[in-house]
Design a protein around this ligand. Structure first.
Ligand code: GAP
Length: 624
C-alpha cells in the first residue's frame, strides 16, 4: 500500500512505496517467480490472449500506443463489470453499515494539499545522463559490465556535446556495438543538429572499470544515472479557460479523498451511526514513472475503496468498559460493540479474504503485515494482500488502520468540523468519576510519550481532546481496504489461464487454452449451441433457450463450426457452461428427453441432461 510519508522525513498520506523502499522499508515486489523465462512466456501468452479475444487492448494502438494506459474490449468490459458488481454488492448493498458514493474525479486542489499529496505523493526517480530517460529508483536491477567514459561528442555538422558521457556495456556486448548504440542514443536525444548517428564522433574514450551488481546505470540505455529525486505522481490539469497556475488542479490519484471530503455530507444526510463505512469505485490517475507488467501498474486505473469509520478506542472503552483484544482464532464473524481499531482491522482483512475466495483467488493470496518500522507515524497497522502473478507475488489490495489522520487533516485545512456527536458516548461518559476520567487521560498521555514516530500530542491538546470526547464528540477513526480493479482483473485472468494438449478430430495434437474463470466473474456465463445450424427446428429451439437465459445473464449464441470447436472457443474466454440443443431436445429420441438440453461444465467436462424449464434455476445461483 502506498502510504503517506514525506520524502526526507517520511511525511503524510500518499508517500509511495518507492520512497519507503529507499528508506530501507518494504516495497511492492515481494517475491519473484522461480523461472523468469517461463514467467515472461506465460505473461506473453496472457497478453496475447487478452488482445486476440477482446479482453484488453493497448490504448491508442493505431497511433503507436499511449504509455501505461489500456482499453478493455468487449469481454474485458464484462469481466470488469462483474468484478465491480461483486465488490459493490459485497461491500455496500449486502451490508447495513456501508453506503455508496460516486464523487467527481476533479476536485478543489486544496483537498490534495491537505491530504499531503501535493507535497509528498512522490516516487524517488533517477535520470539517465545520456538520454534524460527516468526510471524509478527501486526499479533498477543490478547490472554488470564495463564502464566507459567519453569527454564529449561531436559531428561533421558542427554540433558538439561538451559533456562527460559515462555508460555501461551490456552483458556480452562487443565494444563496436556499444559505441554504435551510444551514438544512436546521442543522435536520438540531440535531434537533427547532430546529423547521422554513424558520423558522430565519441571523444576521448576511457575505459574506467568493470562493475558487478551496480544499480547506477539505466537498465535500458546503460547511461549513468543521476541522484534519486522525488517525482510527484499526480497528473496536473487546468480548470477553466485561462489555464493559468491559479487554475491548476489534479486528476485524483486515489478515490479515498473524495470520501473524506464528503464524509460529513453522507453522515448528515443518511441517518447513520459510527461505525459505518462509505464505499466508492472509480478512476484514479498516477503518472507512474515506470508503468509495467501489462495493466498491473498503469497510469489510469480504477480503485474500489472503502473508508470504514469507527469510534476511537477511548470512546469504545467508555461505552463498553473495555476494548476487546485480538487473539489468534478470535471470532471475526460478527462485529461487536467492544471492538477497537485492532479487531475492526482484522475483521476487514478477513472480509476481504472471503471476497477473494468468492471470486476464485483464495489459494493464491499472501499477506504482508507492515512492521512498526514500516508504518507511517499516524498508521496503526497496514496489511498488503498479495497475489501470485506470473511476474511475482505482488500487491492486490492494502488494508490500513489510519486513525483520524485524514479527517483531522481536512478539518484543519478546511476549518470545517469533521466531528460527529455520539449520544451513547455522552451518556456513558457522564457516569464516569473524575478519577476514571483522569485514568483514561493518563493512559493516553503514557501512550503519547511512548511514541517512537511522529510528535507526541502535547498534554494540553490531549486534555482538550478528552474534554470533547466526554461530551460525546470526536473525529472518527478509519479502516481503509483499498483495492485496484485492474489488478484484480489481471489476477483472475492470470490465475484462470491454463493450457492443455488435445488431439483434434484429424488426430493432430494442439494446445488448447482454457480460462478457468470463476462463474461469478466470467464475462460470458453460458454458450448456447444448436447441434447443427442447418436444422431449423434445432436453431429455433436454441434461439428460444438463448432468449430465455439472455434476460438474466450474459450468453453467447454460436452455430458455426463443429460443436467441439465451439466448446473450445468458449473455454478460451472462460465461459463456464455450454448448453447444446440436439435432436433429443426436439423429442426425436422419445418424449422423456423432449425439451431437455445438454449442459456442459467447462472445468469438469461433465455433461448432464437438464430440462429447459429447470435451466435458469440451476444456472443462476452458480453465476451470481
Ligand atoms: N487510498 C489508498 C491507496 O490509494 P494504494 O496502495 O496506493 O493505496 C490501492 O492503492 C490499490 O490501488 C493498490 O493495492 C492497487 O490494487 C491499486 N493501484 C495503485 N496504483 C496502481 C496503478 N498504478 N495501476 C493499477 N493499480 C494500482
Amino acid at each position: 500500500m502506498r502510504c503517506t510519508v514525506g520524502v526526507l522525513v517520511l511525511l503524510s498520506r500518499p508517500f509511495s512505496l518507492v520512497a519507503i523502499q529507499s528508506f530501507g522499508q518494504p516495497h511492492t515486489t515481494h517475491t519473484m517467480s522461480s523461472d523468469p523465462k517461463a514467467s515472461i512466456a506465460q505473461m506473453e501468452k496472457i497478453v496475447s490472449l487478452c488482445k486476440r479475444r477482446g479482453f484488453i487492448f493497448q490504448s491508442s494502438e493505431i497511433y503507436g500506443g499511449c504509455g501505461g494506459v489500456w482499453d478493455y474490449g468487449p469481454l474485458g468490459a464484462e469481466l470488469k463489470r462483474n468484478l465491480r458488481t461483486a465488490w459493490w454488492n459485497t461491500m455496500t448493498r449486502e451490508r447495513e453499515d456501508v453506503l455508496g458514493l460516486d464523487a467527481s474525479i476533479l476536485m478543489n486542489p486544496a483537498i490534495w494539499k491537505a491530504s499531503g499529496h501535493v507535497d509528498t505523493f512522490a516516487d524517488l526517480m533517477r535520470e539517465c545522463s545520456l538520454t534524460n530517460k527516468r526510471v524509478r529508483a527501486d526499479h533498477v536491477d543490478p547490472q554488470s559490465g564495463t564502464v566507459l567514459k567519453y569527454s564529449g561528442a561531436q559531428s561533421p555538422t558542427g554540433w558538439r556535446w561538451d559533456r562527460t558521457i559515462t555508460a555501461l556495456t551490456k552483458s556480452g556486448e562487443h565494444i563496436e556495438s556499444f559505441r554504435k548504440r551510444i551514438r544512436a542514443l546521442i543522435a536520438q536525444n540531440a535531434g537533427e543538429a547532430a546529423g547521422k548517428p554513424e558520423e558522430i564522433e565519441l571523444v576521448g574514450e576511457e575505459k574506467i572499470d568493470a562493475v558487478n551488481g551496480s544499480v547506477d546505470f539505466h537498465p535500458e540505455t546503460g547511461g549513468l544515472l543521476g541522484e534519486a529525486r522525488p517525482f510527484n505522481l499526480m497528473l496536473k490539469t487546468y480548470l477553466g479557460p485561462t489555464a493559468t497556475e491559479d487554475d491548476v488542479t489534479y486528476l485524483r490519484p486515489e478515490t479515498a479523498q473524495a470520501i473524506f471530503a464528503q464524509f460529513k455530507n453522507v453522515f448528515d444526510s443518511s441517518r447513520v451511526k459510527v461505525p459505518f463505512g462509505i464505499g466508492q469505485i472509480g478512476k484514479a490517475f498516477r503518472n507512474e514513472v515506470t508503468p509495467k507488467n501489462f495493466t498491473f501498474r498503469s497510469r489510469e486505473f480504477e480503485q474500489m475503496e472503502l473508508e470504514f469509520f469507527i469510534k476511537p478506542d477511548e470512546a469504545v472503552e467508555i461505552i463498553s468498559g473495555e476494548v476487546a483484544k485480538w487473539h489468534e482464532g478470535a471470532d471475526l464473524s460478527e462485529p461487536q460493540p467492544n471492538w477497537g481499531w485492532e479487531l475492526w482491522h482484522r475483521y476487514w482483512v478477513d472480509q476481504r479474504t472471503k471476497f477473494y475466495q468468492g471470486i476464485g483467488l483464495g489459494d493464491v493470496l499472501e499477506y504482508y503485515w507492515q512492521t512498526p518500522a514500516d508504518l507511517a507515524h499516524y498508521a496503526r497497522a497496514c496489511v498488503d494482500i498479495l497475489c501470485e502473478f506470473p511476474f511475482g507475488t505482488e500487491e492486490l489490495e492494502g488494508i490500513a488502520a489510519r486513525g483520524d489522520f485524514d479527517l483531522s487533516a481536512h478539518q484543519t485545512a478546511s476549518t470545517k468540523s469533521q466531528e460527529i456527536f455520539d449520544e451513547e458516548l455522552k451518556t456513558a461518559a457522564a457516569k464516569l468519576t473524575d478519577e476514571q476520567k483522569e485514568a483514561l487521560i493518563q493512559k493516553r498521555l503514557a501512550a503519547e510519550a511512548a511514541k517512537t514516530k511522529g510528535e507526541p500530542m502535547p498534554e494540553a491538546a490531549v486534555r482538550a481532546w478528552f474534554e470533547r470526547l466526554f461530551k460525546g464528540s470526536y473525529v472518527p477513526h478509519v479502516i481503509e481496504p483499498s483495492a485496484g480493479l485492474d489488478r484484480m482483473a489481471l489476477a483472475v485472468i492470470a490465475k484462470a489461464f491454463s493450457e492443455t494438449e488435445k488431439v483434434d478430430e484429424k488426430g493432430k495434437k494442439e494446445v488448447i487454452t482454457v480460462l478457468r474463470l470463476h462463474p461469478r466473474v466470467a464475462p460470458i456465463k453460458v454458450g448456447v449451441f444448436p447441434l447443427l445450424k442447418n436444422k431449423p427446428e434445432l436453431v429455433a429451439k436454441a434461439r428460444e433457450v438463448y432468449a430465455l437465459l439472455k434476460k438474466h445473464m450474459n450468453c453467447f449464441y454460436d452455430e458455426t463450426a463443429s460443436i467441439g470447436r465451439r466448446y473450445a472457443r468458449q473455454d478460451e474466454v472462460g465461459t463456464p457452461f455450454g448448453v447444446t440443443i440436439d435432436f433429443e431436445t426436439c423429442g426425436e429420441k422419445g418424449p422423456e428427453l423432449q425439451d431437455t438440453v445438454t449442459l456442459r461444465h467447462r472445468d469438469s467436462g461433465e455433461q448432464e441432461r437438464v430440462k429447459i424449464s429447470e435451466l435458469l434455476g440451476k444456472l443462476l445461483p452458480l453465476v451470481s
